[in-house]
Ligand binder design. Structure first.
Ligand SMILES: C[S@@+](CC[C@H](N)C(=O)[O-])C[C@H]1O[C@@H](n2cnc3c(N)ncnc32)[C@H](O)[C@@H]1O
Length: 169
């Protein structure tokens, strides 16, 4: 999923890009290797501390999608993989992503389909299984233009989407 998100983001050396929901840091490491000015944001202090040690060339901040600790129009691109299940409401993260991306900036969301999330028994513990159409609608209403929705499948997560949207304006 992250390899698909990386390809969809089309990162260019020197671009300011966000990895939202850093987790193990796979995507952050690849974006740094591509020469991007990488900022990684995660609510977990442990994730941030560990990734700062591992990837000192990146800037890693504690924060949440609903209140990004970034200036307006700070970013050329942003990617967030396997994080939307943690968003009980889509509008606040979408508004924050719209705020921090420059006009024309590229957003990539990678997420398991609602059906695949529901097939995982653990999803009952507070995870939201978002329908792809609802994600698209929230982005359209929140200042983005969805330009691609690519279907993927692998043995581990089953069906997933890689969605690309451009910041309008
Ligand atoms: C399932 S992991 C995914 C990590 C990585 N992106 C990947 O795909 O392997 C979800 C990550 O999102 C972070 N997260 C949870 N809630 C979040 C929120 N509201 N905003 C941003 N990140 C969040 C978690 O701390 C965790 O690191």
């Amino acid at each position: 999923m992250m390899a698909d998100a990386l390809a969809a983001l089309e990162p260019v050396p020197g671009e300011a890009v966000l990895d939202l929901g850093v987790g193990g840091g796979w995507l952050s490491a690849r974006l740094l290797a591509r020469g991007c000015a990488l900022v990684g944001i995660d609510p977990s202090a442990e994730v941030v501390a560990r990734t700062r040690r591992r990837l000192p060339a990146g800037r890693f901040l504690e924060g949440r999608a609903e209140a990004l600790p970034l200036a307006d129009a700070a970013l050329d691109g942003a990617a967030s993989v396997n994080t939307i299940y943690f968003w009980p409401v889509l509008e606040p993260p979408v508004a924050e992503l719209a705020r921090v991306l420059k006009p024309g900036g590229r957003l990539v969301l990678g997420f398991q389909t609602a059906e695949a999330v529901r097939a995982w028994q653990g999803h009952v513990h507070g995870f939201t299984a978002w329908e792809t159409a609802d994600v698209e609608a929230a982005l359209d209403a929140g200042g983005f233009r969805v330009v691609a929705v690519q279907a993927g499948r692998n043995w581990r997560v089953r069906d997933y989407c890689t969605l690309v949207a451009l910041r309008a304006g």
